[in-house]
Design a protein around this ligand. Structure first.
Ligand SMILES: Cc1ncc(COP(=O)(O)O)c(C=O)c1O
Length: 400
């Protein structure tokens, strides 16, 4: 206890509950983080760049990381951005915050995919906008209906600056928007002037082949802002990411007062990442986590098929999540207390919609646990499902 008598603030966001297989959190296993390699990278950056590593940095992000990102995106995506199209951020969340600050005004209407990353809702809502779901069907966002909605909203006097989506190995579905819809959505955005904010956080975590070309790579200048992150590929605690956008938008971000005042947003860590890449550690680490997550995905998928044959899902070909559809009548939120009692947890689908829907879905994250624990989690979930359907127990307090 400090002298004030207040409890000591914790170190991290998530605390595991040893008795629970908690599949609600999209976090990496701390044991999988590249401790030794990152230590070397940081030390290497300090040696290589000397005092330049610890002074104020270039507003857009340090040159060595920007050059590496441009080259890498030429391999992992359909188009290598020019150097003046890249801005180094403190993570995808920070990228979204910056873009919203630049493009959104209070009272605007912002469209979001349905379902999509739930914490993006809070980041956007912080800017005083109203969130509306973009029209979609079982194959994902519907571009032409989205275009019509934008036109209608504008005719009614609303400002609709942007649409947020995670089209590649998305959170929460693991799904990727199909090629033709990508092209159609870009065409709709070009026609209407709607900016697509493409959260591309999971691009490098594909397990069955390369990711589809980004919306960014398909669009003309100014149509798409693409957010990238090192949180899932390397470590979330680095608070490091990047975005690609048209040069005027990148320049506007670099001119923001706090970016200018601070000399970039995470300068020393960005240089350490450039060194991490130069040493080959990025490639090696990525290869090892891809293998790990692929095994974890396969174990979870097999366990769900075996123990929960009545739920339906599509096998995700990348990312961290499995999106289950419950057979009914029990809903995800009604099932949760039973699951918690049986020692397993998850996020009900309602989190991922801005409207009151999604309670027939469950998001399971497979990033945190190895195959055996995932299988045990699914066994517990199957027990909870069986109990939730038991008419004798239904209606009683599941926690008692
Ligand atoms: C789609 C998506 N975007 C952004 C984030 C947060 O990324 P970052 O740590 O880079 O801010 C997450 C993390 O779960 C995510 O799933």
């Amino acid at each position: 206890m400090p002298p004030t008598g207040l409890p000591v603030p914790p170190i991290v966001q998530f605390h595991s509950r040893p008795e629970t297989v908690d599949l609600a959190w999209g976090h990496p296993d701390p044991a999988s983080l590249p401790m030794a390699e990152w230590t070397d990278a940081y030390a290497g950056a300090l040696r290589r760049y000397g005092g330049s590593a610890l002074t104020y940095g270039y507003a857009n992000g340090p040159g060595p990381l920007i050059e590496w990102l441009a080259e890498r995106l030429g391999h992992t995506d359909g188009r290598a951005p020019d150097l003046d199209q890249i801005f180094v951020t403190a993570g995808a969340s920070h990228g979204l915050e910056l873009v919203a600050a630049l493009l959104c005004g209070r009272g605007d209407t912002v469209l979001v995919d349905a379902p999509t990353y739930h914490l993006a809702f809070r980041m956007l809502a912080d800017h005083g906008v109203t969130l509306l779901p973009a029209p979609s069907d079982p194959d994902g966002i519907d571009p032409s209906a989205t275009g019509e909605l934008v036109q209608r909203l504008r005719r009614e006097g609303h400002r609709v600056p942007l649409l947020y989506l995670v089209p590649t190995f998305g959170n929460p579905t693991g799904r990727s928007l199909a090629g033709p819809r990508r092209a159609e959505l870009v065409a709709v955005a070009e026609r209407t002037g709607l900016v697509l904010v493409e959260d591309d956080t999971y691009r490098e975590l594909g397990y069955d082949g390369p990711a589809p070309p980004s919306l960014y790579s398909l669009a003309g200048d100014g149509v798409v802002v693409r957010l990238g992150s090192f949180s899932k590929t390397v470590a979330p605690g680095l608070r490091l990411g990047w975005l690609t956008a048209a040069p005027p938008l990148v320049a506007a971000l670099a001119r923001r007062g706090y970016v200018d005042s601070g000399g970039g947003v995470n300068h020393a860590t960005a240089l350490a990442m450039a060194e991490f890449a130069r040493l080959g550690s990025y490639e090696r680490h990525l290869a090892s986590v891809r293998l790990r997550y692929r095994e974890q995905r396969d174990a979870l998928v097999a366990a769900v098929r075996q123990h929960l044959p009545e739920v339906t899902f599509a096998v995700p070909s990348g990312g961290w999540f499995l999106w289950l559809r419950l057979p009914g009548p029990v809903t995800a939120s009604a099932l949760l207390p039973y699951a918690e009692t049986d020692g397993v947890s998850y996020l009900p689908g309602t989190h991922f919609f801005v409207t009151d829907s999604g309670d027939e879905y469950v998001r399971l994250s497979y990033s945190l646990f190895g195959p055996e624990t995932l299988v045990e989690g699914v066994r517990r979930l199957a027990r909870a499902m069986a109990r939730s359907g038991d008419p004798v127990r239904r209606g009683t307090d599941a926690r008692s």
